[in-house]
Design a protein around this ligand. Sequence first.
Ligand SMILES: *Cc1c(COP(=O)(O)O)cnc(C)c1O
Length: 549
Amino acid sequence: MPDCATGESKTETQPPRLVANWETLHRLFIRPENDAARTALVKYMEQILFGLHDFLQQHVGITREASLKELSEWFTQSRISDEPAKKLPDVITGIVERIAPHAVNVASPYFVGHMTAAIPFFMVHLATIVAALNQNPVKLETSKVVSVHEREVLAKIHRMVYDLGDFFYYAHVQRPESTLGSFVEDGTLANMTALWVARNRALPPKEGFEGVEKAGMASALNAYGLDRCAVIVSRLGHYSLKKSAGVLGIGNDNMIRAELDRNGRVDLVRLKGLIRELGRSRTRIIGVVGIAGTTETGAVDPLAGMAEICRESGIHFHVDAAWGGPTRLSAKYRNLLSGIEAADSVTIDGHKQLYMPMSCGMVLFKDPEAMNAVAYHAGYINRPGSVDLGIRSLVGSRAATSLVLGGALEIMGAKGYALMIDHGIELARAFAEEIETRPLFELVTRPQLNILTYRILPPPLKEALAKADSQAERAEIQGEINEINILVQRLQREAGKSFVSRTTLRRFPGEETVVLRSVLMNPMTDMKILCEILEEQEAIYRREFPPPS
Ligand SMILES: *Cc1c(COP(=O)(O)O)cnc(C)c1O
């Protein structure tokens, strides 16, 4: 039978026993042996597409009640079974019935707490093609046309950000010596790639020194008479930048926090001062990072001003647009990211606002030769002068995710994406207004894109806060408000109907503010749903904190 992932040997009384042998292995590797086999395989695909999809339509939040402890007890085996244990249909059914109901329904329009949400249906088809073709863009010999197609897709994303005109793209799109960017696993590796390039360009080879990549950080500091290298980023910078500083030998402690203005954006005057001050010490600034949509609040740094300051000082300017980058596809709101086109490098996450399945990070470079600073040649694959994409890439073997993105861009068009981007931004604005009309809530950060934070602030505590005349007193009241928000967020999540996330902001020195965070990216989320979410929070609050009678 076609559905044999494995063969079986039957006896009268016992259930079929599965065995591993060459005959069945052939069936797994070659193709369906007959029409019946083909029909069966199509049926499984149907089960994957619709079995999972039906499940996602029906439930919200974490669907079936089972504690993580209980779930972890189901998965305690560490031995690979000697003989095959299941056939394909049983594996699929097992996932549909045993795993999916306990996974998180990120597709629910009530799931508004994270940057992971519903994806268009066609993404599943495109992702399946990636697996079926199994191309490896690390080198041409395992990808051929897929590599040149990938270059085209990268050029489209590069143009979305930099918009350098027909001539530029025509010249570079397929020029082997040019690298407009690179596909990586995620935003973390995209940021790391950008800082890797920036580091190598900030500590280049010179007489008696072969460059930081080859000679290492200690020699580099020595060669350039430095005490340390540093990267400047807002306090709202994603922790992947910190990780990168660790991996690249810059050091966590040398991620220097830029001061923010009242709207959570890097303050330009103080940034300038900071750079001037560092210039007087033996510090080499590897890069300044601007954020186009901070993970916590969606704030967009003043990119044009930061770019100008970096240009004057000859510092690499990286923009982490993992979240906000696709805002460039909206004719209406693309100017919210103005200045991004002056960045030396940009991070974009396809699995966020390009609505791709996990995961697809991209890093782009304005200078098509920038990535030469990280070129590697391996004798058996990537020979100098070849166009193998693995030559300038942090990762080696990887999936041909560009097939998914390329297809999605064709299916959606900029206008299709803009519908979702505009909806998110406009919904966030309406949600902010709604929060402001409700006496129990406080809007904490106004949405600059489609993320906002707010909190429950009971009127009596609000008054007490206004009257408090010592820092200690204020801190104590804030602590009380924080406890309320922590509890309400947890109880709402556990009820499983809707999900809003929680984070901690530092609004005033010495005060931590726990906030509820909404990320509005699901096109099916609307004001009615958001009001239900607020009402649920209000109900939980009133139940848990009844007024003294
Ligand atoms: C999500 C995000 C990242 C990291 O992305 P991953 O894909 O999770 O590695 C980096 N920066 C910002 C601003 C993000 O929102």
